[in-house]
Design a protein around this ligand. Structure first.
Ligand code: NAD
Length: 263
């Protein structure tokens, strides 16, 4: 299948490692000119080098804290300066801290709103004019399966990511006339640093091992294993492609079956 992605330009937010990194690499393999960002410059530069070496693609790395509006504007400006345009936006960011409601401060709530909601809103605000001008665009919000089923001890994710879903569905209605699609993707458990960290903090609390925590998760997943970030990236690449031109306003899970509800 020709995905029709060659020569397009994408911003993949929070892509020095984990899901974002795999998405940026998979897009670069399809001939997409990619911009990646993260806060840690040395990790970001290393990620860029790895993607360029693996794909021969054009990759721009811009240091950016996704909780800072000026940094986000700079990321978009630098992308347009370097790649000439921006056609695809993958909204991704670090995860909010785990914890029960009684353990989390109000400051942590505000921080999570900035990181997991406002980063997507702000990036979209700066990128949308280019997509409208081109009468073509793909906005994909990488969220979590927490939007379909609350995850224990992750009240910040369970709450704030649902605002992203409401934002995306409404925006999809507003920008369909410009041939711009807006979708959400909800990962289940994929083996990344973030998930290893979550398993570690759970293991410490329960006085058990990380392996036991993984086994517990795997026992709830019909496919019996955690996902490979590459499997996640391939769904995003499809949604970014010409072939996904009639999918908009959707919230698509990729979770090995862990979500228990039928819809
Ligand atoms: P990760 O920790 O492996 O990678 C996170 C990336 O975000 C890194 O590149 C990091 O540098 C960057 N980042 C963090 N805070 C940032 C900030 N303020 N500004 C710029 N960059 C920042 O995490 P991951 O597993 O790839 O997860 C990515 C997102 O997906 C997270 O929000 C996570 O909660 C969510 N998620 C992941 C899974 C999973 O199974 N991995 C499941 C559900 C949801």
């Amino acid at each position: 299948m020709d995905l029709g992605l060659k020569g397009k330009t994408a911003i993949v937010a929070a892509a020095s490692k984990g899901l974002g990194f795999e998405i940026a690499k998979a897009l670069a393999e399809e001939g997409v000119k990619v911009s990646i960002c993260a806060r840690n410059e040395s990790e970001l530069v290393k990620a860029r080098e790895t993607i360029v070496k693996a794909t021969g693609g054009e990759v721009l790395a811009v240091k950016c804290d996704l909780t800072i509006q000026e940094d986000i504007k700079n990321l978009v400006d630098k992308t347009v300066e370097t790649h000439g345009d921006v056609n695809i936006l993958v909204n991704n960011s670090g995860g909010p801290p785990s914890g029960f409601f009684t353990e989390l401060s109000l400051e942590e709530w505000v921080k999570a709103v900035k990181l997991n909601l406002m980063s997507a809103v702000t990036l979209t605000k700066y990128v949308l004019p280019y997509m409208i001008k081109n009468h073509w665009g793909r906005i994909i919000n990488s969220t979590s399966f927490s939007v379909k089923q609350p995850i224990e001890e992750l009240i910040l994710s369970n709450s704030i990511r649902l605002a992203v879903v409401g934002f995306a569905k409404t925006l999809a209605n507003e920008v369909g006339k410009y041939n711009i699609t807006v979708n959400n993707v909800c990962p289940g458990y994929f083996k990344t640093d973030r998930v290893i960290q979550l398993a570690k903090s759970k293991a410490d609390k329960l006085n058990t091992t990380i392996e036991n925590i993984f086994k517990g998760w795997e026992s709830q997943i019909p496919l019996g294993r955690l996902g490979n970030p590459r499997e996640y990236a391939e769904l995003i690449v499809f949604l970014a492609s010409e072939r996904a031109s009639y999918i908009t306003g959707a919230t698509i899970q990729i979770d090995g079956g862990i979500i228990k509800s039928s819809l």
